[in-house]
Design a protein around this ligand. Sequence first.
Ligand code: SF4
Length: 346
Amino acid sequence: MPTDTRVLLSVRDLHTTFHTDDGDVLAVDGVSFDVRRGEVFAVVGESGSGKSVTAMSILGLLPPETAEITGEGIFWKGENLLEESGERMRNVRGKEIAMIFQDPLSALNPVHTVGKQIGEMLRIHEDATRKEARAKAIELLELVGIPQARKRVDMHPHEFSGGMRQRVMIAMAIACRPDLLIADEPTTALDVTVQAQVLEVLLSIKDEIDSAIMLITHDLGVVAGMADRVMVMYAGKEVELGTVDELFYELRHPYTLGLLNSLPRIDDLGREELQPIKGSPPSLVRRPSGCAFHPRCPMARVPGICNEVIPPLRHVGGLDHRSACHFAEELKGQGLKVPEWEPTPR
Ligand code: SF4
């Protein structure tokens, strides 16, 4: 367990397996990382890479009949959540760690007003009276930038636009001032302008309550503008981890390079076409031998080490820049197509 007092969450060797009729699906395969107070820690990768399952495993939200979670531990301020009871986990969820889901329409209850839903969090976790909860709900709606909060607190989710519903979700998530906010693709369904506003709200709230954000996304543009550190996942494994600058300017994994090259960029308006990563993510039931990325990797030595030996995650530079590629060093200074725009100064 880390001794850094800023570390809130420390995940060590996390494995999440789904038992299905087709066989065991190892959705998260030995992932380890820390999230520190005050930072935005981004988790990126394509669909099915294990990002959301990692978050659901941390919060104990997966059905125990089908999902088995094992590992050294999920240490929350030193307490191993893997060993905690259902009751303790219900307390952690919402009050200490809150999650903002991708689709607010399915996460919000259509039959209750938003004020009631936000207030419910305070009544459950903070013993607030009905009157106190309503007053606090109005305050929270104002905090996330919803105009006419006094009036809108009595409205139902379908009366809000997509961007406003996402703000309501954020208001619910921060109601109990959690130390960690897990935001799972919080802006996917929003247009670019609203997306920027919602991300701005998230950042200002993080600073105001001195919390941390674990941001799950497939959008490297969002990562560049918001994150401090980034973990790249592929086929349930951590393939690269580093600061946002390391990931954009000194990347050490071909998959990270592939993600960057498939990103539309403002400086590339004249470019003919994007360069998507060829092929599709592998089956997690029958994963490729050796490095799971080898069937799609332009640098793969096959037959050879790449399809024979699983590359270990190893230190490749900086304070804690890690990569799981046998040939990580070959990516050094090879004229990578890194973005020319700067990540937003933090
Ligand atoms: Fe590509 Fe081989 Fe590195 Fe895997 S280990 S990313 S296949 S070069």
